[in-house]
Design a protein around this ligand. Structure first.
Ligand code: NAD
Ligand code: UFG
Length: 336
């Protein structure tokens, strides 16, 4: 398939582009470089031997984006990764988050309909479940109340895409709700490379491991979990990328609107992840216990049976693989 990949130079997008190429699809990247670097394209080429078409365009710029559709001609589907994703930042810059995430999606869908592209895979998030009443989370569980503008955009976009399908049932929508993506490409060339102080646990641990940060702050050890620290479902980004290849295949059935959790089905606490990292890399991670981070839920992990049943997909790698690959990237590919 010829697949338009918005945000294809980002953390999850670049890994997915690699898996698409390795599975004989053609990826056409659109990225505005707001949170990525053009050098990622060289790394994709180095890994796959293929240099995908890449357009440095903002998805909110309808005229610029339409030129991509005109130039590229027939495309079979879009995978929409482009968006702003920092939870904390979204509470300080709500207008930027609503504008970028909603407008990029609206422009994309408008252009897809105009240029006869009938299928979209959207990067949603476990955040749409809000505060879980119970775990594991199933796709049938109610959408919760997002505690921040970022989460609201995911809920709104899920709704918008479902409404587009209602108006035109030939428009297929696959909503992929990611849990916590971590790790990087096994070559060490690609991974998560946040600007400034990392918000997320794994890039923070990786920066402590190379001495870029002094110690990890563990946000709370008084949660009602076995060791008192927060529990999440950490999924290797390579597995996550595979999930998109599986979802593309599903589009051939004209499924209408379908939603899948992409996680491992297993919860891991902050301290378990720290210890797994130490075991996988042999590097000690000093940490101190700090107060809880506002807005954090206690425990969050997925039931992924539906993705296995309907997509034939399940996560194969474990957290130690992810720790090793995150560390390799930190020592090799990441900005110093
Ligand atoms: P990322 O920031 O690494 O990648 C997003 C890419 O989109 C970047 O390359 C950025 O430059 C680009 N971009 C942003 N706005 C754009 C626009 N208007 N036009 C064109 N390009 C634009 O983030 P990621 O971790 O790869 O996440 C990809 C998607 O998955 C996002 O939609 C994110 O919300 C979602 N998601 C991520 C996580 C996570 O923990 N990483 C969890 C759940 C969902
Ligand atoms: N944590 C720490 N110290 C840190 C960073 C995080 O103890 O320096 C803890 C958090 O308190 C939490 C766990 O590590 O218990 C995971 O936190 P992350 O920030 O890595 O991830 P979140 O679960 O908060 O959020 C992530 C993405 C969201 C996405 C969500 C989906 O950042 O975009 O997963 O589950 F919506």
């Amino acid at each position: 398939m010829r697949v338009l990949v918005t945000g294809g130079l980002g953390f999850i997008g670049s890994e997915t582009v690699i898996r698409l190429i390795e599975n004989c699809h053609e990826a056409i990247i659109v990225d505005n470089l707001s949170n990525s670097k053009i050098g990622v394209l060289d790394k994709i080429e180095q890994i796959t031997g293929v240099r995908p078409h890449c357009h440095v365009v903002d998805c909110c710029d309808e005229d610029g984006f339409e030129k991509v559709f005109v130039e590229e001609g027939k495309m079979d589907a879009a995978i929409h990764f482009a968006g702003l994703k920092a939870v904390g930042e979204s509470t300080k810059k709500p207008v930027e988050y609503y504008t970028n995430n909603l407008l990029s999606t609206l422009v994309l869908v408008k252009l897809m309909r105009k240029h006869d592209v009938h299928s979209i895979i959207f990067s949603s998030s476990a955040t749409v479940y809000g505060v879980p009443k119970r775990v594991p989370l199933y796709e049938t569980d109610p959408i919760g109340e997002a505690t921040n503008p970022y989460g609201q955009t995911k809920i709104m976009i899920e709704r918008i895409l479902s409404d587009v399908n209602k108006a035109d049932p030939s428009f297929n929508v696959i909503l992929l709700r990611y849990f916590n993506p971590i790790g990087g490409h096994p070559s060490g060339l690609l991974g998560e490379d946040p600007n400034g102080i990392p918000n997320n646990l794994m890039p923070y641990i990786a920066q402590v491991a190379v001495g870029k940060r002094d110690h990890l702050n563990v946000f709370g050890d008084d949660y009602p979990t076995p060791d008192g620290t927060g529990v999440r479902d950490y999924i290797h980004v390579v597995d996550l990328a595979e999930g998109h290849v599986a979802a593309l295949k599903k589009l051939k059935e004209n499924p209408g609107v379908v939603v899948y959790n992409l996680g491992t089905g297993k919860g891991t606490s902050v301290l378990e992840l720290v210890h797994a990292f130490e075991k996988a890399t042999g590097v000690k991670i000093p940490y101190v216990v700090a107060p809880r981070r506002p807005g954090d839920v206690t425990e969050n992990y997925a039931n992924c049976d539906k993705a296995f049943k309907e997509l034939g997909w399940k996560a194969k790698l474990n957290i130690e693989d992810a720790c090793r690959d995150a560390y390799r990237f930190q020592t090799k590919g990441a900005s110093k």
